[in-house]
Design a protein around this ligand. Structure first.
Ligand code: UN1
Length: 542
């Protein structure tokens, strides 16, 4: 076993059509490169060029996850005792290294999950922003001094780390989201076992190496690759075994509920960022061109594979026809392809074959719901492709943009998240109806309204039940220093990002220091203040 920084990259012999190498990927446990205990591996493939093999990665076993947990437990006391400003300095180094390597990391993200270069750059920038924010948070991590009700006694509060955190993220924001989780976790003094997303192991491996290069001590972040149902499940099972003090998960509502149950029965804290069916309302006073831009981007940017992507588009009946004409002109002209090869594409392939398969099932569900499919024909192929499809269809997993109209509240597709390039459109009679529809799905992650009526905007932001709301903006676009998360089926109320996330990775420790040299009992030995008698009749002044 060698330390992660003592080696270069190890390349495999196979030849890829784009001339790019495939690597031997490793877990990183206690700073060491390790394979799966039984030697099993899985492949990472480029979804825009399915013959492009990025590498082979360990299919981690229970023993591997346990080894990672051992390392995280061992590293915990030393890391928790490291001054928070020093922890912050290492995090700052991570941000600076990411800036140095940004172009390569961005291209790698695009190669591994097919996001456009522009969007991959956004995701990597969000990771950088998170590092720069938490670098200085290491110099704060404030507690309070609190006045005691007794003399010669001081009260204090301190933030303490929770211990070993299990980190499980989805592959759609493979740089931003794990950094949202692990950077505040380690800033607070926790250590982590990170189960990388099955469809983004190489990017995760690169990021974990950069973290070590930044000065991260061994064992503070331990990376294990594998499947959600394999290594991910082993990590969750370890909660039942008393070996995990926190789980942070981004993924489906179904899996999130299972994790919440396991954590709940063990009284272990969990952060859950789950699905969404994000509504966007357009009212007659809106700037329609601007609203069309926002809806189009929210629905089809990232091939609709953000948890903040537009779900239900709710159009006021007075602007419905005009809006639809403008929207469909854009949808029909959508440029789709591999952004490593073509400029100006709105979206690339699905994140992987698995996401493509699930998306096609969801499209069938929308049809079966009774929604009216006015645009979109499933998977793109050479003889079934939209006008501005730029790549060779069979090279990757590409989907048409899909538009469903005449969607009503009683339909399954109104309530179910469709993770991919599809929007479901409803008509609203008036503002109250639009707000009702916006609140009627089981989710509450993001939401948006386009209006130039200030009272409507006010009523929307006070009436909507969602973790995030855009006014005259699309449903996406969270920033690294604002709280990110949802309510209802979108999560358990915990937040990522900004100062708010610190609550998720620390607990408050109240300390009292009795200086009087005697036992003074709170509530009981507190001197009572008598009120004085005064004889003024204030009614004389009235
Ligand atoms: C996600 O899809 O899990 O606001 C995260 C946004 C991004 C983050 C999305 N900044 O869409």
């Amino acid at each position: 076993m060698v330390h992660v920084l003592e080696t270069g990259l190890e390349f495999l012999a196979n030849e890829n059509p784009n001339g790019k190498p495939a690597v031997r990927g490793y877990n990183i446990i206690n700073g060491q490169l390790t394979l799966a205990s039984d030697g099993a591996t899985f492949s990472s493939m480029n979804p825009a060029l399915l013959k492009d093999h990025l590498g082979e990665f360990p299919l981690s076993t229970k023993a591997d996850v346990n080894a990672a947990l051992d390392a995280a437990h061992e590293a915990f006391p030393g890391w928790a005792a490291t001054p928070a400003p020093t922890r912050g300095q290492i995090i700052g180094n991570m941000g600076r290294l990411l800036m140095d390597h940004k172009d390569a990391i961005v291209a790698l993200e695009t190669r591994e999950i097919g996001k456009t270069l522009k969007e991959a750059a956004g995701s990597v920038q969000e990771a950088i922003d998170t590092c720069l924010f938490f670098q200085s948070e290491g110099r704060r991590l404030y507690g309070q001094t609190v006045n005691s009700e007794l003399p010669d006694k001081e009260l204090f509060t301190y933030r303490r780390p929770l211990g070993v955190c299990g980190i499980i993220n989805a592959c759609n924001f493979p740089a931003a989201v794990p950094f949202w989780k692990m950077i505040p976790a380690i800033m607070c003094g926790n250590t982590c076992v990170w189960k990388s997303p099955q469809d983004a192991p190489l990017l995760s491996f690169a990021l974990a190496r950069i973290m070590h290069e930044a000065g991260l001590p061994n064992g503070v972040i331990n990376l294990v690759h594998g499947k959600g149902s394999g290594a991910g499940q082993h990590l969750v099972d370890a909660v039942d075994e008393g070996r995990v003090n926190k789980i942070s998960f981004t993924g489906s509502t179904e899996v999130g509920k299972m994790i919440g149950e396991v954590c709940g029965r063990n009284l272990v804290s969990c952060s859950l960022e789950l699905g969404g069916k994000n509504p966007l309302v357009v009212m007659p006073s809106a700037n329609l061109d601007n609203a069309v831009e926002g809806a189009y981007w929210g629905g089809f940017g990232t091939a609709g594979q953000r948890c903040t992507s537009l779900g239900n588009l709710i159009l006021h009946e007075d602007i419905y026809d005009e809006f639809m004409t403008k929207l469909m002109a854009k949808v029909e002209a959508t440029r789709i392809g591999d952004s490593l090869v073509h400029d100006g594409v709105l979206y690339g392939p699905m994140l992987s074959e698995k996401y493509a398969k699930d998306f096609l099932v969801a499209v069938e569900m929308c049809k079966a719901s009774g929604a009216n499919l006015i645009h979109g024909k499933g998977r793109i192929s050479s003889d079934n492709k939209p006008t501005n499809f730029l790549s060779t269809a069979e090279d990757g997993v590409y989907m048409w943009p899909h538009v469903f109209t005449d969607v009503t509240e009683d339909m399954e597709c109104f309530h179910e998240e469709v993770f991919g390039p599809a929007i479901t459109i409803c008509k609203a009679r008036d503002f109250d109806h639009a707000l009702h529809l916006a609140n009627a799905s089981p989710y509450g992650l993001s939401s948006a309204i386009y209006t130039n009526d200030r009272l409507e905007a006010y009523r929307y932001k006070t009436g909507i039940k969602a973790g995030m709301t855009g006014i005259n903006n699309s449903t996406t676009g969270a920033e690294a220093h604002l709280p990110f998360g949802g309510v209802k089926g979108s999560g358990n109320g915990t937040r990522e990002s900004g100062i708010w996330v610190i609550e998720a990775y620390s607990y408050w420790h109240a300390v009292n220091d009795e200086l009087s040299g005697k036992l003074q009992l709170a509530q009981m030995d507190v001197e009572e203040v008598e009120m004085a008698e005064a004889d003024v009749d204030w009614t004389q002044l009235a």
